[in-house]
Unconditional design. Structure first.
Length: 108
RNA sequence: GAAGUUGACUGGAUGAUCGCGGAAGCAGGGACCGAAAGGUCGCUUCUGAGGAAAGUCCGGGCUCCAUAGGGCAAGGUGCUGGGUAACGCCCAGUGGGGGAAACCCCAAGGAAAGUGCAACAGAGAUAUACCGCCCGGCCCUAAACAUUUUAUCUUAAUGAUGUUAAGUUAUGAUUUAUCUUAAUGAUUUUUAAGUUACUAUGUUUAGGGCCGGGUAAGGGUGGAAAGGCGAGGUAAGAGCUCACCGGCAGCCAGGUGACUGGCUGGCCCUGCAAACCCCACCUGGAGCAAGACCGAAUAGGGGAACAAUGAAACUGCCCGUUUCGUUCCCGGGUAAGGUCGCUUGAGGCCGUUGGCAACAACGGUCCUAGAUAGAUGAUCAUUACCUCUCAUAUGGGAGGAACAGAACCCGGCUUAUAGGUCAACUUCGUAU
């Protein structure tokens, strides 16, 4: 889990990134990126599954960000959206998917 | 040991590293975010998902809504007694059904208050006569009997006519004819008896048709056909009568009651009320985004008096209540800003007492998540469990590990759930 100050906590922040940010689709995760003070958000819709599956997806994505926070640029806002096929996938596969998206976006 | 029934429990464990939410303590010098309210940042310790946290189907607590009010309507519940804050829940019973049993299941008030529905089939569906059974009348057919008529045949008697033989008379003679006798019994008359056939009538029996009536035993249809079954009875039948069983009513006895048992009585009473309905009881509405407080920008809100009795809102309607117009006075409201509400509660565990039990009372003891784009995670190691596989006293490798995530809090119900554990009981088998 990230520190509270690094989390996106309000609808306005999410709307801004969705409207103005760029999207980088990956195999398991879609990433939206916008320049700004460092904040992260995580989304898992009901397509992913029940509450247990959605929580698991968000936790995996958070863990990826937490472990790679040191390598990221400091002026980006990122939203990670889980795709339905993320169900049952291990941590390392999700990490590879997200990092490849970040490299495409040149944020690390 | 096998099959089963019921109830209860469990829902992997240990460790390491990196992280997150909460609480308490220490530090209180500051820094950062924000317009403000307020929040964040350090160290230590403790603590952090479930049996269903789920579905949101019932019932409450709590909060607000004019005072939470009256009547109608609407909705819910529906055997009895108890438990409870309350319930559609639980316990104990009653009745009915299933099972060999342990045990399980039941929307289980009222159908003689009324209305309605009952497809198809069937003669007929709350009343019927299709087939059948029985009685009467008429008609037809067949048989038997009696009487009558006619006819045939047989037998007997009788006469007539024949045939054969002999004789007689007539004639010249023959033929022929007449007469007599005998034989024959061919044809036939009459009478009597018998037999057979037929006609008509009558009676009886059997069968058929039509008409009128009786019947609800039997047949078939159906979920259901006027209690069931047996005997008597009858023209045939029928609670028509009787025994037993079942239903109903009355009385008596037992039980708080549902109900049970006994006696008596007469047999009018198909099912559906998860159709309307009747009866009894219950229900105001909205929900923690309830609601309270704090604070900028922006918009403009509330109270009192007066006028009008129209409109709107409050639960669908009525009563009732409130608001809307004008004047005066006072400063307050907004889910996605913040803080509180927010976890001590109909609480858990242990014991005693009361109670068959649900449960209650008393005493002791414990405090056990509180997030808000929403914490409880990730990786690794060891080990327990299951499956597959290689070699096999055992070891190695691979894979699996259910249902599922608190969101104000409780009591229930329902649904999902891999694997495992325990207890009681039933039936069968084996051994003693």
């Amino acid at each position: 889990m990230l520190q509270r100050k690094l989390r996106l906590r309000h609808n306005t922040g999410f709307k801004a990134i969705f409207d103005k940010g760029k999207s980088y689709p990956g195999k398991y995760v879609v990433v939206y990126i916008l320049k700004g003070p460092t904040k992260f958000g995580f989304v898992a819709s009901k397509k992913v599954g029940n509450a247990v599956s959605r929580n698991r997806a968000k936790r995996l994505m958070r863990e990826v960000i937490r472990r790679n926070l040191f390598f990221l640029k400091e002026d980006v806002q990122i939203i990670c959206i889980a795709r339905p096929i993320i169900k049952g996938v291990s941590y390392s596969e999700v990490e590879n998917s997200i990092i490849s998206s970040f490299k495409k976006a040149k944020v690390m």
